[in-house]
Design a protein around this ligand. Structure first.
Ligand code: GTQ
Length: 349
């Protein structure tokens, strides 16, 4: 608050009281909390252990079908953002269960989604009628506006982490959603067709009839076996980056940029014994531990990390990671959205 002489303060209060019913307020009382010198979000750094969430999810699986729920998901809500369903101020995350034989009916919406497989093998996500057969730690995208349904013809439970830009779309009041009206989109091409067309540093010749996917986001499956092999090769070739470890970003082959317009995703490998230097960035991030053990120090909160853990690093918190056994992480954030808005910043110690 600015400096207000004593003799004015009562009169000012009278003015405020008179204005409030007209929806008018003095900026000088709130300016410092609106335009802050550094980010002052209320998201907290939290960690969920996969086996614990999994137990609750399986209990839900006994009580409601994927079809009745439409999406049988437990939301990972940040305790600093209660009631928002957000895991960070801009992103949502949840764990979704599809039991053997189940389907999650076809729909489409403005929100962009990623799926990161935590358990299971052989279920699918179909995007505009093209199936991606999902394996553990694969990344699968369902970009905004594209029809998607999920099904599990395998004999194992399938559980994945959903990451969506729900709070971002809500912020812009720009959400549209519709159901196809059938559980499953008619099959349009063979499973993983887009991987051959767009996923190998090749693309259909421009203007050719083979260029079948919507412009902008053609590829939607990034298999674990590929990203892990690249990370392993990188780790064999050079020393890790001091702040990130070995780190590779998933790209959209259409433009070399982030995987979707609002969500960036990457993977990291920290060799056993390696400790990163501290770094802050404005993109609040969600991480999944896909292997190894270690510690994440997020400001003054320390998380012991094991495979399957999901943890949040809020915007502008100081992150240091330490690997006890080779630590592999998948991470996603709103970095690309912030870059487009000229908001993204980071500092390295
Ligand atoms: O699979 O489309 O976790 O629409 C939340 C909203 C998943 C989905 C979620 C969704 C979906």
């Amino acid at each position: 608050m600015s400096h207000i002489p004593n003799e004015s303060s009562e009169l000012l209060q009278d003015l405020y009281d008179e204005m409030a019913p007209k929806d008018l307020y003095p900026l000088w009382e709130v300016l410092a909390s609106l335009v802050t010198p550094t980010p002052q979000g209320s998201a907290e750094s939290v960690r969920w252990s996969f086996p614990e969430v999994r137990d609750y999810l399986l209990r839900a699986g006994d009580l409601i079908s994927a079809k009745d729920a439409e999406r049988r998901v437990l939301i990972l809500e940040n305790p600093g953002l209660k009631g928002s369903s957000g895991i960070t101020s801009s992103l949502y995350a949840g764990l979704q269960l599809i039991l053997p034989g189940e389907v999650a009916p076809c729909h489409r919406h403005s929100q962009c989604a990623l799926r990161f497989v935590m358990e299971g093998d052989g279920a699918f996500t179909a995007v505009d009628g093209e199936k991606a057969i999902m394996h553990k730690y694969d990344l699968v995208l369902t970009p905004g506006g594209q029809w998607h349904d999920h099904g599990n013809p395998s004999d194992q439970n399938m559980i994945w982490l959903d990451g969506l830009d729900i709070p971002t779309v809500r912020h812009f009041d720009a959400s549209f959603a519709e159901k196809l009206g059938e559980d499953v989109h008619p099959e349009t091409v063979e499973a993983d067709d887009s991987m051959w067309r767009y996923g190998r540093n090749l693309r259909p010749f421009r203007g050719s009839s083979a260029d079948r996917r919507p412009e902008g986001v053609p590829l939607f499956h990034y298999p674990y076996k590929e990203w892990r092999e690249s990370l392993n090769e990188l780790a064999g070739a050079e020393k890790p980056d001091p702040h990130l470890g070995h780190a590779l970003e998933f790209i959209n082959p259409a433009d070399g940029g982030a995987v979707m317009p609002t969500i960036s995703a990457h993977v990291r490998l920290l060799p056993a014994g390696f400790e990163t230097r501290a770094r802050r960035s404005t993109d609040g991030s969600v991480y999944v531990v896909t292997g190894g053990t270690g510690v994440a120090l997020v400001d003054e909160v320390e998380h012991k990390l094991e495979e399957g853990d999901i943890f949040v690093v809020p915007s502008w918190s100081r992150l240091q990671l330490k690997a006890d056994r080779d630590l592999a992480l998948f991470g996603f954030s709103d970095r690309i959205a912030q870059e487009k808005l000229n908001l993204y910043r980071e500092i390295k110690e």
